[in-house]
Design a protein around this ligand. Structure first.
Ligand SMILES: C[S@@+](CC[C@H](N)C(=O)[O-])C[C@H]1O[C@@H](n2cnc3c(N)ncnc32)[C@H](O)[C@@H]1O
Ligand code: SF4
Length: 406
């Protein structure tokens, strides 16, 4: 089941933001995230806010969802006033957005463009499960304005896909990449997961080779996280499946970086590799660099000018709020300077561009110098005034961040 939300402060029912959020609005990049909270079946490892038909219950349906989300889009425009906010990026994520017909996803994109406008060469992404798209639907998505597609491949090994409860057959993600290319998508990304119980070194290499062979211009590779409350967590607790081993995960990461960089895909964030600057996910870069975004949908998070808020989680509660003309926000927090600094270090240090040393501040310099000596921060970048993780530093990124915070 999906995990619970933080509490935070109560959010006003009209969705109004504190005055501090309006400071500088329109001078920072602005993006839209749209959450589609539906999946055909639930993968045993996943605790994202998503519902199968059986889990959904009354009060919300897939067919009514787009109109409900459009009500929040209009609320967003009202709350943000008449400041010009052309969208840098739109990202439709899930759940499984491609369970909705392409025409529905197209309606979301065109309504967002009508309300806010789009910058020239805006990035418009949808996530997709390989079994839920085909050549025709990809053509239709491209025609409705999507420029980028992110496909959940996870693995090429049949037994790994089975352990993960994935519904597609090996080979299908590669076909989807070819169809997406033929449809004219500018950018195609594949998601992989490593460290699944029963996955061998050979399985992982074969998955990377299959992904690279398909010709995406972007790959994300995530270590399998055993999320509390998931079916996977139960299987691990009962000893039916082995928990991912830290040393094996580190080895898998090194193999991933080796094979991906040999294929011309360079890391630009600890878990993300791209063929060139153009292929980097601009939407996610916005998250990592503290841009403004409005998250539409049940459980979606937003961030505008240091105020963060999150929506009610269940699709029925979400629909009910909007039908009553109220904001679906459940709680919010205004970040103080200390929290903003910690967040900036945590997110920007994971980027290949790193973080300027003057942002870390003089008190962090002795620790930063020690991290260079320990081989976790790059010495050349350090001499140029930036903290940038080395390959070993990427394996220990969380510890490096802890070392640099007061
Ligand atoms: C939540 S999914 C949404 C997109 C789509 N439904 C899919 O499965 O590809 C986005 C990515 O998060 C990954 N993910 C979800 N839970 C994870 C976990 N516990 N550990 C690692 N990756 C996870 C998914 O496998 C997928 O690649
Ligand atoms: S398909 Fe994606 S969002 Fe749905 S349960 Fe599986 S990992 Fe989670």
């Amino acid at each position: 089941m999906p995990s619970t939300l933080p509490e935070g402060d109560p959010a006003p029912s009209d969705g109004a933001l504190p005055p501090s959020a309006a400071d500088g609005l329109g001078t920072r990049p602005f993006s839209l995230y749209l959450h589609v909270p539906f999946c055909q079946t639930r993968c045993g490892y996943c605790d994202f806010n998503t519902y199968t038909s059986d889990e959904l219950g009354p009060g919300a349906t897939r067919t009514s969802y787009v109109d409900t989300a459009l009500a929040e889009l209009r609320l967003a425009r009202r709350v943000l006033g008449d400041v010009e906010l052309p969208l840098e990026t739109i990202f439709i994520g899930g759940g499984t957005p491609t369970l909705l017909p392409p025409a529905d996803l197209g309606r979301l994109v065109s309504a967002a463009a009508d309300e806010f406008g789009l910058v020239a060469r805006a990035e418009v992404t949808t996530e997709a499960n390989p079994e839920s798209v085909d050549a025709r639907s990809l053509d239709a998505l491209r025609a409705s304005g999507f420029t980028r597609i992110s496909l959940g491949m996870q693995s090429a090994a049949p037994h790994v896909l089975r352990t993960l409860d994935r519904q597609h057959t090996p080979g299908r993600p590669e076909l989807c990449v070819a169809w997406a290319r033929a449809a004219g998508f500018d950018h195609v990304s594949l998601d992989l997961i490593y460290g699944t119980p029963g996955e061998s070194d050979h399985d992982w290499r074969a998955s990377l080779e299959a992904a690279i062979g398909a010709g995406p211009d972007h790959v994300s590779a995530y270590a399998l996280i055993v999320e509390p409350g998931t079916r996977l967590a139960g299987q691990v607790a009962r000893g039916e499946l082995a928990a991912p081993d830290d040393d094996a995960l580190a080895d898998r990461y090194l193999v991933a970086d080796d094979l991906l960089s040999a294929a011309g895909l360079d890391w630009y964030e600890v878990s993300n590799w791209a063929l060139d600057d153009d292929a980097r996910c601009r939407h996610n870069l916005g998250y990592w660099r503290g841009a403004d975004w409005w998250g539409i949908g049940p459980g979606a998070h937003s961030h505008v000018g240091g105020t963060r808020w999150w929506n009610v989680k269940h699709p029925a509660a979400y629909a009910q709020r909007l039908a009553a003309g109220q904001s679906p926000a459940h709680g919010r927090e205004v970040l103080d300077d200390e929290a903003r600094h910690a967040e900036r270090v945590l997110l920007e240090l994971r980027l290949a561009d790193g973080i300027p040393l003057d942002v870390l501040g003089p008190t962090a310099m002795p620790a930063a110098a020690r991290l260079v000596t320990d081989g976790l921060l790059d010495s050349v970048a350090f001499d140029d005034g930036r903290a940038v993780l080395t390959l070993r530093g990427r394996l220990l990124a969380d510890g490096v961040v802890r070392g640099l915070l007061p």
